[in-house]
Design a protein around this ligand. Structure first.
Ligand SMILES: O=C([O-])CC(=O)C(=O)O
Ligand SMILES: [Mg+2]
Length: 567
């Protein structure tokens, strides 16, 4: 129906729709920006007020309404409604005010959006694949509206940010992530499809909420769950053989299991495992510009040994081996702490993903621990003197004052990344980290925080969030027509972000490029990822000029194009 390419911005969009049918299509609606001649041609007179607006004026009007609300949740709901009413305008506002709007369409507010998704549900967006429809998956995906889909983000809602099981409300996450594919990487909205696998929920509050929109049932698990996911993935491969499928916010064991099962069958990745790892690695590389402590000399403590913790550790391990350490030396630099404390060999319930990172009991036999012999985060920090502390635990405040002060005693520049989202789940508040380390901490948080005040200065807090990574990875995959997503593609994505760090030229600068540069970052990531895909043999080789042309064709700017009536 429409054409996606920015380079075609003055080529008319051809459509048969007129009148009310036209202005109720979010992807075609221009609101008051329909010109006089379009109003004649498409019979819009009277349906719209007589004023003819520019997109700038419309954006300004929406922004004023947005700012007048008293809560961010109202702003989230308003923006979701705008997205479902006039998608071009939604992105025009988002792109122009990315720093202000990112925390509204994405973390932290999207967390509340998922918790209250049922209460604010208005219009369909994306696809709900509910378990009782398990025999209709192919039929649902066959809808011609989805013919042009090239990127899917799918969640089963079981581990939404650090907020746990949100059931069908988890749909807020695929919608939010894909808004960033468009907002940050310029991928046309029609190429994207949010999907929620509605396999029930174990969240009592949702199950007993009369307004709950999902399938009112306990979660399907085990073989039935696996068969459902298998049916979904095979239907996706059949419908769109070259699609990019991003897994998002699956619970730990499913996240790594499903990635391992499917990563060789289609072009797919898990954002919480691989995207988060890439940005953690990239931010650490930027921090190294400041601390001067080489990657091979880092000791890394990770709180939360789930899929994200293991994903981060795996990527950093690889980077350390690439930098010259033996696999064994590199492994010994990791201290993963979970509910039962430090992961050590012989511990019960170690998962395959955790296995490479269990500490040797002998290596820690001289550690000073309390009488009970428990080895929690504090004991790890006191004994191992980590240079880096990463939180992916979903536990607010877990980087307590004693832990942080102990870390600051052991190293000159503690690198501390409380990555859990949303803000309410962050392992620490940046202001505290600064105070407890006498201003020596290098901080990266998963969710946005206001600047830290230190010695009369306002110091911005960097957002070590996978939003620096996945939109660019997606664009790179599309531009290269990659068949698979490799770990090296994430490594290079992290390196590109590090190379764009203001610390590359100024040791006193912030670690990451500011959020308002996300479009430039995503484009640079995309280029590098596409080149890496070719190097890894998962995409046909092409020259730089061809690649640049494809990137340019893929990047859509949210502007209105002229319309032409198809009779
Ligand atoms: O969505 C975010 O902000 C980052 C992320 O993937 C998560 O926390 O699950
Ligand atoms: Mg996530």
């Amino acid at each position: 129906m429409t054409q996606a390419f920015a380079s075609d911005w003055d080529v008319p969009v051809k459509t048969r729709l007129t009148g009310f049918d036209l202005i109720t299509q979010p992807m075609l609606n221009k609101g008051m920006a329909f010109s006089q001649s379009e109003r004649d041609m498409f019979r819009l007179h009277g349906l719209l007020p007589p004023h003819i607006a520019t997109i700038e004026e419309q954006a300004e009007r929406r922004l004023r309404v947005l700012r007048a609300f008293s809560t961010d949740f109202e702003r989230y709901a308003f923006l979701r409604d705008l997205q479902d009413t006039n998608e071009t305008l939604f992105y025009a506002v988002l792109v122009r005010h990315i720093e202000e709007l990112l925390p509204l369409v994405y973390t932290p507010t999207v967390g509340e959006g998922c918790q209250h998704f049922s209460e604010i549900w208005r219009k369909p967006r994306g696809v709900f694949l509910s378990y009782p429809n398990k025999d209709r998956i192919r039929e649902i995906l066959a809808d011609p509206r989805f013919d042009r889909v090239r990127v899917i983000v799918v969640s089963d809602g079981e581990r939404i940010l650090g907020l746990g099981d949100q059931g069908a409300g988890g749909m807020g996450i695929p919608i939010g992530k894909l808004s960033l594919y468009t907002g940050c990487a310029g991928i046309h909205p029609e190429l994207t499809l949010p999907i929620l696998l509605d396999v029930g929920t174990n969240n009592r509050e949702r199950l007993t909420n009369p307004l709950y929109i999902g399938w009112r049932h306990e979660r399907i698990v085990g073989a039935e769950y696996d068969a459902f996911v298998e049916e979904f993935v095979s239907a996706v491969i059949e419908r769109w053989p070259d699609v990019l499928l991003q897994w998002e916010d699956f619970a730990g064991s499913n996240a790594s299991r499903l990635l391992a099962k499917y990563r060789d069958r289609l072009c797919t990745f898990n954002d919480d495992i691989q995207g988060t790892a890439a940005i953690a690695a990239g931010t650490l590389m930027a921090a190294i510009n400041v601390t001067g402590v080489k990657l091979t000399e880092q000791r890394i403590a990770v709180l939360g040994a789930g899929s994200a913790g293991c994903g981060i550790s795996s990527l950093l391990l690889r980077a350390m081996v690439d930098a010259g350490l033996s696999e064994e030396q590199a492994r010994s630099a990791f201290y993963l702490v979970d509910r039962n404390g430090l992961l050590v060999d012989g511990m019960e319930g170690i998962t395959p993903a955790q296995m490479p990172f269990v500490q040797d009991r002998h290596a820690i036999s001289d550690w000073v621990v309390d009488e009970a012999g428990d080895i929690g985060l504090l004991e790890v920090v006191r004994n191992a003197k980590p240079t880096v502390l990463i939180g992916v635990s979903g536990q607010a405040g877990a980087f307590s004052e004693d832990v942080v002060r102990a870390m600051a005693e052991g190293v000159r520049h503690p690198v501390i990344f409380p990555l859990s989202n949303p803000t309410s789940r962050s392992e620490a508040v940046p202001q505290h980290l600064m105070e407890w380390t006498d201003g020596r901490a290098l901080i990266g948080t998963g969710s946005p925080f206001p600047p830290v005040q230190w010695q009369g200065r306002d110091i911005p807090v960097d957002q070590t969030n996978n939003s620096y990574i996945f939109p660019g990875v997606g664009l790179g995959v599309l531009a290269a027509n990659a068949r698979r997503v490799t770990d090296a593609m994430f490594m290079v994505a992290g390196k590109v972000v590090a190379s764009m760090s203001p610390t590359a030229t100024d040791r006193n600068a912030r670690l990451l490029p500011p959020v308002d540069q996300l479009r430039a970052v995503s484009l640079a990531v995309a280029r590098a990822v596409a080149v890496q895909a070719q190097a890894d043999g998962v995409a046909e080789a092409c020259d730089q000029a061809t690649l640049d042309r494809r990137l340019q064709e893929l990047v859509w700017e949210p502007t209105y194009r002229p319309y032409e009536l198809v009779k």
